[in-house]
Write a protein that binds this ligand. Structure first.
Ligand code: ADP
Ligand code: MG
Ligand code: MG
Length: 876
């Protein structure tokens, strides 16, 4: 039998999400549980894939299947497509497997033409409604299908409102709307060069094609990349008979959540707009009423809606985000899904659902998106300063968090300024999907228009980004890049602080304070820790970072980079002397100055980690990074070393490398200058001995990590230096302290010869940044120049430096683990690249059987949760 590409709502269910998309599967599920859903059918994601395989065409077979289902829908509704007696109007809606809010476009009232609209107007006795439907349809079809652009139509509406002396769309009369429809069609013809299509079938196929096409639009591609949604999934298309919220004052449309998506509070939350359709609520054209007011206007529909909410939560065991329409007092459900929520709300809802007996602890752990947690860990405004700072404005607390930055007025500027390291607050009249990248780059978003369910609010909450919306007090002048608030004019670049938890706006920059893990956050993390197998360490170079990471639950340090300690102003002269030495004696003299400094650094870090394991990596970067470039510094160094400026310059010139990333660095430094490794070993061991003496209750086992090894003999050579130095000191101290010597696996050759290397190593730590760089053969720092082209051409879907390439780099990791353990069963395995804090990579490391991951302090909770989710998934 050939493949089925189209399903009636009554033929699907919630488990068919892959095929029907999230929206389609849930429309089917709601139909099955007997909720009032306008009927329709879903064209599968496989049809989308087929469309791309057929060279962006809907083939005849699929077209026929779609038309068969139109006939079936006619049977169900008793209406006919394009009919002059009782016409069927439909919406065409996209719906991918994972919800992509605002990413793809919807067309309403499809099936209308000049003849049909006349019939509707006459038969309903409501010509205003009929013409409102038609003008909306032309507008959406022109924008979505033919890409004419929204703004031309909006300008025409504005002109019409001005001519009629009204401010609201709803005040336009039937005749006004009829005139507008005519203007819209003329606009269409002038832009496209053809008449607006009148044949409903042609309209339908055009609309379906547009949804398929939108799967590949730039904003969808960006959203997918940020949310790990593979391109190959495709989107489904839903064709659904219309429910009309724009038929008059006993009609309306609304959006609601069963719980508060910002705080998690268990209370219906949403907005409703009378005599309106579709996106009117979210678009911020008119200010909607809070859902609670709906109970007064539409008591019956509201009572029914409350029942539906309860049914849906009990059914899905999660907070629901719903869209509905009331047509002449009767409720219709148009969508439900597990609602997007702020990280704080996610934690509260998970805990509440456990307490309500709706889910168990494992399900609670599994339902939190680890990637959002770090926003809870980021600083909040300093309460003391906040109290003293006057509030200059107040609006909706749309998405919590504190943001402080310089004002910019466009998404492009936000991106450009952030790229050069500036913190910005994006201030917009309202946001649209085109603004996504700018919103991402900004510290926070402030909008003049829009409610809690506006685009800005929804997207910001999804990103965990601070957002304050609907600040009507702002007098915006986008053109001149300025706005006025509380009597002050703000220009581009002025500092502004906004608080997405309170909705308050402050002039200037307010300092922030660190957050901590407590309450519901702590409760969920406690559950996560019970289920995970992977240990989570942190990458930290200072006692401050180490202490921060401890607070976030780090169980040790997986990577302490020693070079950062050399860059301090009071240390750089000594390291420069060391580099420019001619003899071993000179070098050792310079190193002797550095040794106590390093030792005290290590002691500080050991103290902060309270006896937990600490892996210290020996000096890694190329030496030229340390030498002076300024003439004055060169002269100073020359004087310091009793050399001429020319001699110093010659030494510096001698350090030049064609490719420093692959040059004289890592263990190669220790091979040429073993005294460096010896000094670092002394500092590590002495620090550990001192801290051990102070804390007899701890068992100090220092871990020394040799970087950039590609050949077992170079590891053996450096290890010998380490062991001889360490053993002598330990013996002299009369101690029996143990220590480990291991290596980073970051050169493909090390992974390929892991069996040999493991014989010389107590542990492997995968340095997946360098390993990725060297496996792909391009550098992390240069990849930005061409990765975008690779995304556009679908060669790569993700940045391999952010998300581990499991196919290639992952194969090396897996192989090195197996080969390493085969020759050294005691081998301890970890990862210290940035991937250690990326959830999908953590899952891979769990499956590969590593012992721990290590990541930056703020990502420690992410890794803890991701590790738990990986373990829970594994059980199933
Ligand atoms: P999105 O995924 O962007 O939310 P939707 O497909 O859900 O897009 O549709 C956008 C808006 O149009 C929603 O407010 C929805 O309620 C409304 N809508 C979609 N289909 C219908 C329909 N058949 N009848 C009435 N309103 C509809
Ligand atoms: Mg929707
Ligand atoms: Mg490295």
């Amino acid at each position: 039998m050939s493949k089925k590409y189209v399903y009636l709502f009554s033929e699907g269910n919630a488990n068919m999400r892959e095929l029907l998309g999230g929206k389609g599967a849930n429309l089917a599920e709601m139909t099955n549980i007997g909720l009032p859903v306008p009927q329709g059918f879903t064209i599968t994601t496989e049809a989308c894939t087929q469309y791309y395989e057929d060279g962006q065409k809907i083939n005849n077979g699929i077209q026929a299947e779609i038309m068969e289902h139109i006939t079936k829908l006619e049977g169900i509704t008793g209406k006919k497509f394009g009919d002059l007696e009782n016409p069927l109007l439909v919406s065409v809606r996209s719906g991918a497997r994972a919800s992509m809010p605002g990413m793809m476009d919807t067309i309403l009232n499809l099936g209308l033409n000049e003849d049909v609209v006349d019939v509707l107007a006459k038969k309903s006795g409501n010509p205003r409604w009929a013409w409102d439907c038609y003008r909306r349809f032309i507008q959406m079809y022109s924008d979505v299908v033919m890409e004419v652009g929204k703004k031309y139509f909006e300008q025409l509406i504005d002109q019409m409102k001005e001519a009629r002396g009204v401010t609201q769309d709803v005040e336009l009369t039937a005749d006004d709307l009829k005139e507008l429809a005519g203007q819209f069609k003329a606009e269409y013809k002038s832009k496209i060069g053809q008449d607006f299509p009148t044949d409903p079938k042609e309209q339908l196929m055009g609309a379906i094609k547009a949804v398929f096409r939108s799967w590949d639009n730039p904003r969808a591609n960006v959203y997918r990349r940020d949310n790990d949604i593979p391109y190959s999934w495709g989107t489904a298309v839903n064709v659904q008979s219309m429910a009309f919220g724009n038929m008059g004052d006993d009609c309306g449309t609304g959006v609601a959540f069963t719980r508060n998506p910002a705080t998690g509070e268990k209370k219906l939350f949403g907005e409703f707009l009378t005599n309106a359709q579709g996106e009117d609520v979210v678009a911020g054209i008119r200010t909607p009423m809070p859902i609670s007011e709906m109970s007064e206007k539409f008591p019956e529909a509201f009572a029914q809606f409350e029942k539906v909410c309860k049914i849906l939560e009990d059914h899905y065991h999660d907070m629901q985000d719903m869209e509905f329409t009331v047509e002449n007092g009767k409720l219709y459900m148009l969508q439900t899904r597990n609602g997007k929520r702020t990280p704080a709300a996610a934690l509260k809802i998970a805990c509440d659902l456990v307490d309500e007996g709706m889910i168990d602890e494992k399900q609670a752990v599994a339902m939190i998106d680890p990637r959002t947690l770090d926003t809870l860990l980021h600083p909040q405004f300093d309460g003391e300063v906040l109290k003293k700072t006057p509030v200059i404005g107040s609006a909706l607390a749309a998405s919590p968090g504190a943001a402080c930055g310089k004002v910019v007025f466009s998404a492009e500027d936000a991106k450009a300024w952030a790229e050069r390291g500036e913190k910005v607050v994006l201030v917009r009249l309202e946001t649209s999907p085109e603004d996504i990248e700018g919103m991402k780059a900004a510290q926070g978003i402030l909008t003049v228009r829009g409610g809690m369910t506006s685009h800005a609010a929804v997207v910001a909450r999804g990103m965990g980004k601070c957002c304050v919306s609907g600040c009507g007090a702002i007098k915006m002048d986008e053109e001149n890049k300025q706005f006025e608030l509380a009597g002050k004019t703000f220009h581009e670049g002025d500092w502004l602080s906004i608080d997405g938890s309170t909705g308050k706006i402050y002039d200037g920059a307010i300092p922030t304070v660190d957050a901590s893990i407590g309450g519901e956050f702590g409760r969920v993390m406690g559950w996560a820790d019970q289920y995970r197998r992977l240990k989570v360490r942190t990458n930290a170079d200072t006692p401050h970072d180490a202490a921060q990471a401890r607070k976030f639950g780090a169980e040790g340090i997986g990577l302490c980079r020693t070079e950062h300690m050399f860059f301090d102003a009071d240390r750089i002269p000594a390291i420069r002397r060391m580099i420019c030495s001619d003899t071993v004696e000179q070098r050792e003299a310079a190193l002797a100055v550095l040794e106590p400094m390093q030792q005290s650094d290590f002691e500080g870090i050991y103290e902060a980690m309270e006896g937990l394991p600490v892996t210290i990596r020996f000096l890694d970067p190329p030496l030229h990074e340390f030498v002076p470039t300024e003439e004055a510094d060169i002269e100073l160094l020359a004087k310091d070393m009793g050399k001429s400026v020319a001699e110093i310059k010659a030494i510096i010139a001698g350090l030049h490398e064609f490719n420093p990333m692959m040059g004289h660095r890592g263990c190669r430094l220790a091979v040429t200058y073993p005294e460096i490794a010896a000094m670092q070993t002394r500092a590590v061991i002495k620090a550990a001995l001192n801290v051990q003496a102070k804390h007899p209750e701890w068992t100090m086992v220092p871990e020394i990590m040799i970087p950039l090894v590609g050949e077992v003999k170079e590891l053996a050579y450096v290890k010998k230096v380490v062991v001889e130095t360490a053993d002598a000191i330990i013996k002299e101290a009369g101690s029996n302290m143990k220590y480990l010597v291991g290596t980073m696996i970051e050169i493909p050759r090390a992974a390929l010869t892991a069996d040999e290397i493991a014989k010389q190593a107590d542990f492997f730590s995968f340095g997946t940044n360098d390993l990725t760089q060297m496996t792909f053969g391009f550098s992390r720092d240069d990849a930005g120049k061409f990765l975008d082209a690779y995304y556009d051409k679908k060669i790569y879907e993700n940045d391999p430096f952010a998300k581990l390439d499991q196919t290639g780099v992952g194969k090396l990791v897996d192989m090195a683990c197996k080969m390493g353990r085969a020759t050294n069963p005691e081998l301890h395995l970890g990862v210290c690249g940035e991937h250690g804090g990326d959830p999908s990579s953590v899952e891979f490391f769990h499956r590969t059987g590593l012992d721990y991951v290590s990541c930056s302090p703020f990502r420690v909770p992410i890794a803890r949760l991701a590790a738990a989710q990986a373990a829970i998934k594994d059980e199933k």
